[in-house]
Design a protein around this ligand. Structure first.
Ligand code: UD1
Ligand code: CA
Length: 462
């Protein structure tokens, strides 16, 4: 049977007190909407069958979604009149019939497994609507699941509309539902905004569908955390804390070592090999893969990088780069996008490498900038070297052959090529290519002027 999804992401997020749309607020470095969309995809709902209702900050949310996958469909909700009104804007998604999943863009812990299990329950029970519910000791602001005297599912009542007895109910609505598309299409026009908030509540469709003779059922989420949503900054912090410890727990199970979790944030898609140690202040995010037996941190940020085995990165920031086995870098190193460090490379303090390939066992130990360069193996950079890759208009590459020795304070004015095994003398500014095995010196001779006693005053003072 046809499966579609509608994700509600138009809300004002007033309680978040942000200038940005709520669903773009991040949990472990990814906007909440990404978590929710990935859960729908995990449950096998294709992007072209997924409609997202946008409103507040629509341009930002739509641009983000389009970048993630252009097949997603978006629907505009110009005024925020409630979750039921939001679904009305995506009515088109109901035309294919079958079953429609509704998700809230501000509840990131929903997962494919729960969505699929709820669908199974929905289908086998022949429900017209199945609400995913959970038991929460503190039901807070969630909608309460109200059951009839015989225990059957009666309706969902929002906190604002609850009687004192209803307030005490700890079975709550997760905001995740499977609907029969036709039943939902018939129920939506019957919604009225007759409640404390003056909104069209999607939750009211449950009673409407049931009154129309449809079956309304409940699927209880085995893991109550999947319902957690963020309406405020405090909620968002709580979600980050829970997600952080869950991700770290998974890596612990895989043999990754943490002696402390202080300041450690690991994105949900990061992979880490066994026996790697993660030290405080380390942030790993995006599509990052770390090998075995590495030591990362303290204070290291790695985004979209592939790191080999036995790598040591201490106070390093690395973006969109590849670091091969047994590389040692830090402290205070930046690897900018497009960098490849081959096996055994050593990078020391205050070095920046950008869009460059650095060959096996090359050492760049101190205070050096290497940009747009192709560096061979076994090269040694002295202290304070600079590849001058930019003339203010264009960028040019520098090529350095195997075993070359770049003396301290060498400026390499690109485009330029240093031959294999060639040497540049300390303090040289190299503007033309240097042949293999040769020495390039570009510096005035040291002149000695005898008895030039300029320093007598200082001498006297001392
Ligand atoms: C909603 C449910 C509540 C449930 C909770 C679970 C209703 C009436 N209440 O409450 O029963 O326990 O979710 O998290 O549905 N949105 C729009 N347009 C609108 C209003 C909201 O797109 O006009 C979106 C929001 O961006 C959000 C989602 O719908 O992603 C839920 O809205 P929110 O206002 O946060 O509802 P809750 O009060 O949390
Ligand atoms: Ca919410």
């Amino acid at each position: 049977m046809e499966k579609s999804a509608i994700v509600l992401a138009a809300g004002d997020g007033k309680r978040m007190r942000s200038n940005n749309p709520k669903v773009m607020c991040e949990v472990l470095g990814d906007p909440m909407i990404d978590w929710v969309l990935d859960a729908a995809a995990e449950a096998g709902i294709p992007a072209e069958n997924t409609g997202i209702v946008v409103g507040n900050g629509a341009e930002i949310v739509s641009a983000h979604i389009a970048e993630k996958c252009p097949a997603y469909r978006t629907f505009m909700q110009t005024e925020r009149k409630g979750t039921g009104h939001a679904v009305m804007q995506a009515e088109e998604m109901l035309k294919n019939g079958g079953n429609v999943l509704v998700l809230c863009g501000d509840a990131p812990f929903v997962n494919g497994e729960t969505i699929s299990a709820a669908l199974k329950e929905h289908e086998t029970s022949g429900n017209a609507v199945t609400v995913v519910a959970a038991e929460l000791p503190d039901p807070a602001g969630y909608g309460r699941i109200i059951r009839a005297e015989d225990g059957s599912f009666d309706s969902i009542v929002e906190k604002k509309d609850c009687t004192p007895e209803q307030l005490a109910v700890t079975e709550i609505n997760s905001g995740v539902y499977w609907f029969n598309a036709d039943a939902l299409a018939k129920a939506l026009p019957k919604l009225a905004a007759e409640n404390a908030a003056g909104e069209y509540y999607l939750t009211d469709t449950v009673a409407i569908i049931r009154d129309d003779g449809g079956k309304a059922g409940i699927f209880t989420a085995p893991d109550a955390d999947i319902v957690l949503g963020a309406n405020s900054r405090a909620d968002l912090l709580q979600l980050n804390i829970i997600a952080k410890m869950r991700v770290i727990g998974m890596h612990l199970d895989n043999g990754v070592e943490f002696v402390s979790t202080d300041g450690i944030i690991i994105g949900r898609n990061v992979e880490i090999g066994r026996d790697t140690r993660i030290l405080p202040g380390t942030i790993l995010r995006g599509n990052t893969v770390i090998g075995e037996g590495c030591v990362l941190g303290p204070n290291t940020l790695i985004e979209n990088c592939k790191i080999g085995n036995g790598v040591i990165l201490n106070s390093v920031q690395a973006y969109d780069s590849r670091v091969c086995d047994h590389v040692k870098a830090g402290p205070f190193v930046q690897l900018r996008p497009g960098t490849v460090l081959h096996d055994g490379v050593k990078i020391g303090d205050f070095v920046e490498v950008k869009n460059s390939e650095i060959g096996i066992n090359t050492a760049i130990a101190h205070l050096t900038y290497v940009g747009d360069s192709d560096v061979g193996k076994g090269v040694n950079f002295g202290c304070g070297c600079v590849t001058a890759n930019y003339d203010g208009i264009n960028k040019y590459r520098t090529k350095i052959g195997d075993y070359a020795f770049i003396g301290c304070n060498t400026n390499l004015i690109a485009p330029v090529e240093i031959g294999e095994n060639a040497t540049t003398a300390a303090g040289s500014t190299i503007t033309k290519s240097v042949p293999p095995d040769s020495l390039a010196v570009e510096r005035a001779q040291t002149k000695i002027i005898d008895h030039w006693e300029k320093n007598f005053k200082r001498k006297k003072k001392a």
